[in-house]
Design a protein around this ligand. Structure first.
Ligand code: SAH
Length: 209
């Protein structure tokens, strides 16, 4: 097996695109990011299965199909500035970086240990320009606002006000919303600051800490 595991990754993305239409940008990003570089050493065998995997601190990296669906729904373009809440191992941030450019991704992670590890992994994988901050993502990351897009990889009872404030009018926010049962919700911010929401099906994410 070659060290970069490209064949396994191509096979995984072929299976994803057989099952659903993905935008060209999403497909390209999923083919580019080496998921095995982000999953823990003892989970290497399953790096190209379409399943979530534990990453420590009771957290999980999402299944590849969920990362692909969210990347599609985010409709981001090269140069867009994106806020991510829930860096985890950094995999999803790297996929976003493939779409918008690594220097445009700002990610907040609650657990300091995960933030530190993600920074290191991102750097080694060539995504060192992704910015990672340890802290509470409910507060967003005001220093780099306004964002064109913001998304959560952990479930929130509703879109936190500070994050909505940091997204520009016309921008999109995407999050699993709910507590025991969750719905993936995408909302466009109106000029008056309100949100136009669309529901995109039931999902299961770890809750916001
Ligand atoms: N996108 C990640 C998946 C991470 S799972 C990846 O590709 O690996 C969700 C992450 O959200 C966890 O790492 C968890 O620690 C983080 N999280 C939970 N509550 C948070 C909060 N209030 N602020 C920031 N991150 C939070």
């Amino acid at each position: 097996m070659s060290g970069d595991r490209r064949r396994e990754r191509e096979a995984l993305v072929d299976r994803l695109t057989d099952r659903r239409d993905l935008s060209a940008a999403t497909e390209r990003a999923m083919r580019a990011v080496p998921r095995h570089a982000f999953v823990p050493a003892d989970r290497q065998a399953g790096a190209y299965d379409d399943t979530p995997l534990p990453i420590g601190e009771g957290q999980t990296i999402s299944a590849p199909h969920m990362v692909a669906i969210m990347t599609d729904l985010l409709e981001a373009e090269e140069g867009d500035r994106v806020l991510e809440v829930g860096t985890g191992c950094g995999y999803h941030a790297a996929v976003t970086a493939e779409v918008v450019g690594a220097g445009n991704v700002y990610s907040v992670e609650y657990h300091d240990s995960l933030a530190r590890q993600a920074r290191e992994t991102l750097r080694k994988a060539g995504y060192g320009d992704v910015s990672v901050r340890a802290g509470d993502g409910r507060e967003g990351w005001p220093a780099h606002a306004p964002y064109d897009r913001a998304y959560f990889t952990c479930a929130a009872p509703d879109f936190p006000e500070a994050v909505v404030e940091q997204v520009r009018a016309g921008g999109l926010v995407l999050a699993p919303i709910g507590e025991r049962t969750q719905t993936l919700v995408r909302a466009r911010k109106r000029e008056d600051g309100g949100l136009d929401r669309e529901r995109h099906g039931g999902v299961r994410f770890v809750p916001l800490q």
